[in-house]
Write a protein that binds this ligand. Structure first.
Ligand SMILES: NC(=O)C1=CN([C@@H]2O[C@H](COP(=O)(O)OP(=O)(O)OC[C@H]3O[C@@H](n4cnc5c(N)ncnc54)[C@H](OP(=O)(O)O)[C@@H]3O)[C@@H](O)[C@H]2O)C=CC1
Ligand SMILES: Nc1nc(=O)c2c([nH]1)NC[C@@H]1CN(c3ccc(C(=O)N[C@@H](CCC(=O)O)C(=O)O)cc3)C=[N+]21
Ligand SMILES: [Mg+2]
Length: 296
């Protein structure tokens, strides 16, 4: 039986470090500010917004959500982003994805100031990540949270064979870049990867990270014995149950460690969002911040 990686518990530790950083900032008169823009209704986004508001309150981040109907125009959201870029109380801006069809997500992502880009979606920040640049810049919170989790669990990455399934700007692509930076050999699979190839790649992987939104895409029989499995998927079944992209019951028989859904990657995404928000606030006020993950 695999060890179940307790994302909730690790997120709690990370939040405690972030809370200490927030208090440090508050002594200098700085309250970190996060604004989330939610356009229309995506079920995974609604879970995210709800949990984020609770967590922000716990660590002392000033978070608010601006909601637009699915019929909102790109121009009105761009005007709001421009105002938030200028607002000194706001350190971090996030626009939930997916956006309704009338939105060009590339335009929205480039409109957010790179210094307030808490998702790490701006082309400048993406470019730095893929070029492996030094210095501080925001990186997408889900893959960054997964790196924190792997470090916490003592999973070695250098020289390992790692499969990432899914290539979105939110998860798969930045995950690939962070793992490559950690000296792993990384394969990025996607919709055009034939299923037989996917299964062969999974069989050879020391770590498998799945972020597709496809229920049961990976099963125990696809895995190498002792593999580490990170399940990013958030899927709501007809009966209301939340499941990932991995068949947990069969995979946990073969893996050495596995993240559950719920209680795995999701809580880490939220804690890391707050971590990045506090770091951006520190940057804006020239206050030196420790790297929170080094302390957990
Ligand atoms: N737990 C958390 O914190 C978070 C969870 N999520 C969840 O993770 C999942 C993925 O999110 P996101 O990356 O935004 O989703 P997207 O829909 O943006 O991307 C999905 C990716 O999966 C690939 N894919 C789809 N079907 C298959 C398949 N059959 N075989 C292989 N690859 C496939 C797609 O390939 P192609 O590019 O070719 O279309 C695409 O690259 C969702 O369930 C989402 O709700 C997302 C963010 C955070
Ligand atoms: N710009 C942008 N950035 C994102 O990071 C982003 C996004 N858009 N769009 C939607 C996805 C999805 N996402 C989740 C984060 C946490 C949970 C989460 O808290 N999950 C809990 C759920 C617990 C529950 O409430 O049942 C868990 O897995 O344990 C879920 C989903 C972030 N996303
Ligand atoms: Mg998505």
């Amino acid at each position: 039986m695999a060890k179940i990686i307790d994302g909730k518990a690790i997120a709690k530790k990370l939040r405690a470090v972030v809370k200490a950083q927030t208090e440090q900032l508050k002594q200098k008169g700085v309250i970190p500010g996060l604004v989330v823009i939610l356009i229309g209704n995506d079920p995974a986004s609604e879970i995210y917004v709800r949990n984020k508001e609770r967590a922000a309150e716990k660590v002392g981040v000033n978070a608010r959500t601006i909601k637009y109907p699915a019929s909102a125009t790109e121009a009105e959201v761009l005007a709001k982003i421009e105002a938030l870029n200028q607002d000194e109380q706001v350190d971090a801006i996030l626009v939930q994805s997916p956006m309704p069809a009338q939105f060009n997500s590339e335009v929205i992502q480039a409109a957010i100031s790179p210094a307030k880009d808490v998702d790490g979606f701006h082309p400048l920040n993406i470019g730095k990540l893929f070029a492996n640049r030094s210095g501080y810049y925001p990186v997408a919170n889900t893959p960054r949270g997964i790196m924190t989790m792997l470090k916490h669990e003592g999973v070695a990455l250098a020289g390992k064979n790692i499969l990432v399934v899914g290539r979105s700007i939110l998860v798969g692509r930045p995950m690939f870049a962070l793992l490559e930076r950690a000296n792993a050999t990384v394969t990025l699979a996607h919709r055009y990867t034939p299923i037989d190839t996917l299964k062969l790649l999974a069989q050879q992987a020391d770590v498998v990270i799945v972020a597709t939104g496809v229920v049961n895409l990976i099963q125990g029989s696809d895995l190498k014995a002792g593999a580490v499995v990170i399940d990013v998927g958030i899927n709501r079944l007809a009966d209301g149950k939340l499941v990932g992209d991995v068949d947990f019951s069969s995979a946990s028989q073969v893996a050495s460690a596995i993240t559950p859904v719920p209680g795995g990657v999701g809580p880490m995404t939220i804690a890391t969002l707050l971590q990045t928000t506090v770091e951006l606030a520190g940057q804006h006020h020239d206050i030196e911040m420790e790297q929170a993950w080094q302390n957990i």
